[in-house]
Design a protein around this ligand. Structure first.
Ligand code: UDP
Ligand code: MG
Length: 327
């Protein structure tokens, strides 16, 4: 699907205490947007800032009707800030970038050109990254592991700089810290995802909002993403399989012990493996019931899910007027 040259752009920018950067970013960004698009909007999402960013954003909004400012009630995190911005975006193409001047507005043109080649998501790859080593090394490892586990071979997953066809954003729901895995979620949803190298600047003002804890949390989120993709719609296949195996193993152990006990080979008090048998059976039963509970949740969720959520396009002839509609 080629992209209309003159696509309407919505730029969504999460802001958490970036007051010094905002005027510089806004001036540069509007210059670039004027050049690239006949119709554009910028949606700043103020994620609970307390450094005056809110007032700075409101001033930008008052000066330009193409600016929307969303103020979160408190700091809910980048994922929910993006979600809020996405919900209000009206463009055919969405752009996300960070507010801290680390992403270069000028690069947008190259990201959009790649999108026009037929991709649904283009992510900015911070090839020469200007962040401390303590951040670059864990990030590199995390990117390698993610690429290997998910089958999506990007070198930089968690870049704040991305462009999307609006359809992708309408289909994805992100929460928690899952913004790190948007390319993976899009890939799993069947969209075409790629990356292009972008210039990356060192942070000029303020400080990063993320500490070393991000590696652990990112790891857990990877488990979530993998689980949701493989078993999110059929959880019993995981829990039932695992539970069944444990139950069977425990049952066999206890069966052997019971037979031996009946035959008077050795008293049960001398068979410590009895504990293992009982443990395995209990765990197996737990896994099975957990799987069934998960199925219950999925079956309820399915009722409200759009059946076309997985559909790319529908081809059908226009119904001639007056003819009966097929049931
Ligand atoms: N951000 C946000 N809410 C948060 C944390 C960060 O909206 O709870 C924004 C932040 O203002 C910035 C972007 O997300 O625009 C990326 O954050 P940061 O620069 O701290 O991340 P890093 O570049 O260090 O990965
Ligand atoms: Mg940053």
């Amino acid at each position: 699907m080629p992209l209309p040259n003159q696509a309407h752009l919505s730029v969504v920018i999460p802001v958490y205490n970036e007051v010094e950067s905002l005027p510089i970013l806004h001036a540069k960004l509007t210059g670039v947007l004027e050049r690239l698009s006949p119709g554009w909007e910028i949606i700043y999402v103020d994620d609970g800032s307390d450094d005056g960013s809110t007032d700075a954003l409101l001033a930008l909004q008052a000066a330009d009707a193409r600016v929307t400012v969303v103020v979160q009630r408190r700091n809910f995190g980048k994922s929910l800030a993006l979600n809020a911005g996405f919900a209000l975006a009206r463009g055919d193409v969405l752009v996300t970038m960070d507010a801290d001047l680390q992403d270069e507005p000028d690069e947008m043109e190259r990201l959009l050109a790649k999108l026009a080649e037929g991709y649904d998501v283009v992510s900015g790859w911070k090839k020469e990254r200007h962040d401390p080593l303590s951040k670059r090394i864990p990030s590199r490892i995390a990117n390698r592991v993610t690429a290997w586990m998910t089958g999506l071979h990007l070198r930089d997953m968690n870049s704040g700089y991305k462009v999307y066809r609006s359809e992708v954003v309408r289909r994805l729901r992100i929460y928690g810290d899952l913004h790190r895995y948007i390319p993976v979620l899009a890939h799993y949803a069947g969209f075409r995802v790629t990356e292009v190298p972008v210039t990356h600047h060192a942070r000029r003002f303020g400080r990063s909002k993320y500490g070393p804890g991000r590696l652990l949390r990112g790891g857990l989120d990877l488990v979530t993403v993998l689980f949701l993709n493989q078993y999110g719609r059929r959880p019993l296949h995981l829990f039932g399989g695992l539970g069944g195996l444990l139950l069977l193993a425990g049952f066999l152990i206890n069966l052997v012990l019971s037979i031996e006990w009946f035959m008077g080979v050795r008293p049960l008090s001398e068979r410590p493996v009895l504990f293992l048998g009982v443990l395995l059976m209990l765990m197996g039963a737990q896994f099975l019931t957990m799987g069934l509970l998960a199925e219950l949740i999925v079956s309820h969720m399915q009722r409200s899910e759009d059946p076309l959520v997985t559909t790319a396009r529908v081809y059908r002839a226009e119904q001639p007027a007056g003819e009966a509609q097929p049931q």
